[in-house]
Design a protein around this ligand. Structure first.
Ligand code: CA
Ligand code: CA
Ligand code: CA
Length: 186
């Protein structure tokens, strides 16, 4: 064959979240359908290994918490609060600015440099509180995800098995590998 060279492949690696229910490293808590179908904690990253907030430094400011409006109506999160463990020495809750509204299907990410919340690397509790301080959602973890995030799957189960996706749907993303030209003789 001329040149004995061939374009071997364009590989579209598409891993879909539908399979996320299998092989989870941690399925810490299944949650009620009611909670999963409305506004909720959706993902968080407690042990950053990169400059997630893009401010040029790597520190606890790169922790982040993601909220998601899984409901069908706008979610006014102004006045709602984010916090870590409610232990006495804990930081005070972060109050989401008034006027913050998440449309249906939207995501919002709150970084540690804004919230002042430094989630513990090896274990902590992430809490979402209503404006009156009532507990709306929480997740407690005892194993650090080593630079990764805890994500809520489509099956509404927390897992460490998915890559971090701040501001986007949880799950694997489409990765298109470049054209590869190789000598077909080997
Ligand atoms: Ca940073
Ligand atoms: Ca942290
Ligand atoms: Ca996400």
């Amino acid at each position: 064959m001329a040149g004995r060279r061939a374009i071997l492949a364009v590989i579209a690696l598409i891993l879909l979240t539908e399979g996320a229910g299998q092989g989870l490293r941690e399925a810490a808590s299944a949650r009620s359908d009611t909670l999963c179908q409305r506004g909720r904690l959706n993902e968080f990253l407690p042990d950053p290994r990169r400059d997630w907030n893009g401010d040029g430094s790597l520190d606890s400011g790169d922790d982040w918490i993601e909220l998601h409006n899984a409901g069908s109506t706008p979610w006014d999160i102004g006045g709602w609060k984010l916090d870590d463990s409610d232990a006495p020495a804990s930081s005070i809750p972060y109050v989401i600015p008034l006027g913050t509204v998440l449309p249906p299907g939207a995501y919002a990410v709150f970084y540690g440099n804004v919230t002042g919340i430094d989630l513990h690397r090896t274990g902590d509790t992430v809490r979402l509180l209503t404006p009156d301080g009532s507990l709306a959602d929480l997740f407690t973890y005892s194993v650090g995800p080593n630079g990764g995030s805890y994500s809520l799957t489509d099956a509404c189960v927390w897992t460490m098995a998915l890559p971090p996706t701040p501001g986007r749907a949880n799950g694997y993303v489409k990765v298109y590998l470049p054209l590869v030209q190789r000598d077909a003789s080997f």
